[in-house]
Design a protein around this ligand. Structure first.
Ligand code: HEC
Length: 156
């Protein structure tokens, strides 16, 4: 009788320990941190659209990196090749759905970014001048910054 009770109590203690460990493993350290001064406008996209936009954003960063390497190595061909990837042609791949769901200033900044990528490619091709490319990059980065300050994406 006594050993049965001890066994039950030991099992309960063991179970509680497992639960506490599972809680620590699964739920701590992953809490969402809310920044109190985040007053960006929320744009809602379906999961596939959000994925598409963020994927494109990561490519912007890669293209900018390639342009910077091109500048450092004085290699206009590399700049033309990289910037063209996000230039006018890339606009043709923009789904209409994305345009419909995006506020007008957001769309405008999106188009402006592609325009500047195209301008970087064009001027590096026709008459490469490092200062021109650097100035264009500064204008481009400013466009990224303004949009990031204004909008954030949440799932629809
Ligand atoms: C039209 C507005 C807009 C422009 C222009 C823009 N972005 Fe973004 N970008 C966003 C939004 C919105 C997010 C999501 C931010 C969030 O939800 O917190 C984002 C996210 C990102 C991310 C994170 C991607 C990920 O996987 O989470 C990167 C990197 C990024 N942008 C790079 C850039 C760069 C570089 C430029 C300029 C060449 C740029 N973006 C221009 C709106 C923009």
């Amino acid at each position: 009788m006594f050993t049965k009770k001890v066994l039950i109590i030991t099992n309960i203690i063991f179970g509680v320990i497992i639960l506490i460990l599972a809680y620590i493993l699964l739920f701590t350290g992953t809490e969402l941190v809310k920044t109190p001064d985040d007053n960006r406008i929320v744009v809602k996209y379906a999961p596939d659209l959000r994925e598409l936009v963020l994927n494109e954003m990561r490519d912007y960063l890669e293209v900018m990196n390639e342009i910077q390497i091109g500048l450092a190595q004085n290699d206009p061909d590399m700049i033309v090749k990289a910037a063209t990837r996000q230039g006018d042609l890339s606009l043709q791949e923009t789904p209409i759905r994305l345009l419909k769901l995006s506020p007008i200033p957001c769309k405008t900044m999106g188009f402006k970014g592609h325009d500047i990528f195209q301008a970087i490619a064009d001027s590096a091709k026709v008459n490469f001048n490092r200062t021109t490319t650097i100035n264009q990059l500064a204008e481009l980065t400013n466009n990224c910054v303004v949009c990031h300050r204004t909008y954030k994406i949440e799932l629809e």
